[in-house]
Write a new protein. Structure first.
Length: 139
């Protein structure tokens, strides 16, 4: 670990295939085996995507071209990811940048507000309207 002056965001282990975060490396590995390295024929869990491809090719004579449950562009079975190891450097950098931007936002911890279209304040063109904040209680 080198010393750096600029504060670094400590990121949890994350899955390159689907960009989910995990509490620790062990859970991440379990996730990858269950979601991305599992043989779709016999449900055997392999330890890497290429291992899964080889297994399916040798045992079931099938050609796997995509890693299951992976994001578009991240479904390449020829890249060997093992937990958080093997992730291309630019993807790590990109992810860290996005995450630090997200975490740097003080107001929102969540990435997206749950409601996109809630009718908050549908003020039509009423000019000079008094916005009564519940004091007047006029009905
Ligand atoms: Zn994943
Ligand atoms: Zn199998």
């Amino acid at each position: 670990m080198g010393r750096k002056k600029n504060k670094q965001v400590v990121l949890k282990p994350w899955c390159w295939y689907c960009e989910r975060e995990f509490e620790d490396e062990k859970i991440l590995l379990t996730h990858q085996k269950a979601k991305h390295f599992k043989c779709h024929v016999c449900a055997k869990r392999l330890s890497t995507a290429s291992g899964m491809v080889i297994h399916v090719a040798q045992v079931h004579k099938e050609d796997i071209k995509r890693v299951p449950n992976a994001m578009p562009g991240r479904d390449l079975p020829n890249i060997d990811i093992f937990g958080s190891q093997g992730i291309p450097e630019e993807d790590v950098a990109d992810y860290e940048r996005r995450m630090s931007e997200k975490l740097g936002d003080p107001a929102s911890k969540r990435s997206r507000p749950p409601q996109m279209q809630s009718g908050v304040g549908t003020n039509g063109g009423s000019s000079g309207a008094s916005t009564d904040a519940g004091i007047g209680t006029g009905v």
